[in-house]
Design a protein around this ligand. Structure first.
Ligand code: 13P
Length: 242
């Protein structure tokens, strides 16, 4: 059974006070929504502890935005699985295009991080997606299949979420057409051995397009950047109409 997941990726936004303010506002206005929808907030490391306490007893799950592959060691600037587990984190984004683009993440390091997340009992949200240049050159399908092949080596597909995030649609307001996102997500599913992996779409998901995106048969949810930062927008996203 594929889980429906609406996950916010706060990227490098919000101090602890801002994070708490957003969360309390969100929770105060959260109407009963169907039980089968998982709500996740992937916050900056610095806000995790604050959010973890505030999320206690709610149905919102806590996520982080990266994880190192070792449990501990001389890796300045990195955060390990046991550190995240200690804070009540359940999900972790791995291989986001911003990590690949600006911080030199490769499929090899993405694979190591992914397997570490699973080893420490976290659910990885693996991001894949093509650039505008790659799309224009007709390389989208090959690129994505290549990323999956490398990133998923020796990965347990029973504890895995994938997000298709075309780079050209991230933060640009240029959403991938829902039907096209559905087509790529179907392709991603065809590369997997477990048919129950939830596959999300990410890239300029907003209150005005969430319903159309979720209505697609292959799309199991959304990974949301900008629209997850404001309580009103995020409330509308988790309350999508199917
Ligand atoms: P936006 O929703 O701001 O386009 O960001 C998408 C994203 O990168 C989520 O991980």
């Amino acid at each position: 059974m594929r889980k429906v997941i609406i996950a916010g990726n706060w990227k490098m936004y919000k101090t602890r006070a801002d994070a708490l303010d957003m969360l309390q506002n969100f929770l105060n206005h959260l109407e009963p929504i169907p039980e089968d929808r998982e709500i996740v907030i992937c916050a900056p490391f610095t806000a995790l502890e604050t959010l973890s306490s505030a999320l206690h007893g709610t149905r919102v799950r806590l996520g982080a935005q990266n994880i190192h592959w070792e449990a501990e060691g001389a890796y300045t600037g990195e955060i390990s699985g046991p550190m995240l587990v200690d804070l009540g984190v359940r999900y972790v984004i791995v291989g986001h295009s911003e990590r690949r683009q600006y911080f030199g993440e490769t499929d090899a390091t993405v694979n190591l991080r992914l397997r570490a997340a699973q080893r420490f009992g976290l659910t990885p949200i693996l991001c894949v997606g093509e650039s505008k240049q790659q799309r224009d050159a007709g390389e989208t399908e090959d690129l994505i299949c290549g990323q999956l092949k490398e990133d998923l080596q020796e990965v347990d597909q029973t504890n895995l979420v994938i997000a298709y995030e075309p780079i050209w649609a991230i933060g640009t307001g240029e959403t991938c057409e829902a039907v096209e996102a559905n087509r790529i997500i179907k392709l991603i599913r065809s590369q997997l051995t477990n048919p129950d992996v939830s596959i999300l779409y990410g890239g300029s998901v907003k209150p005005n397009n969430i319903d159309e995106i979720i209505a697609q048969p292959e799309i199991d949810g959304a990974l949301v950047g900008g629209a997850s930062l404001a309580p009103g927008d995020f409330l509308r996203l988790v309350d999508f109409q199917s």
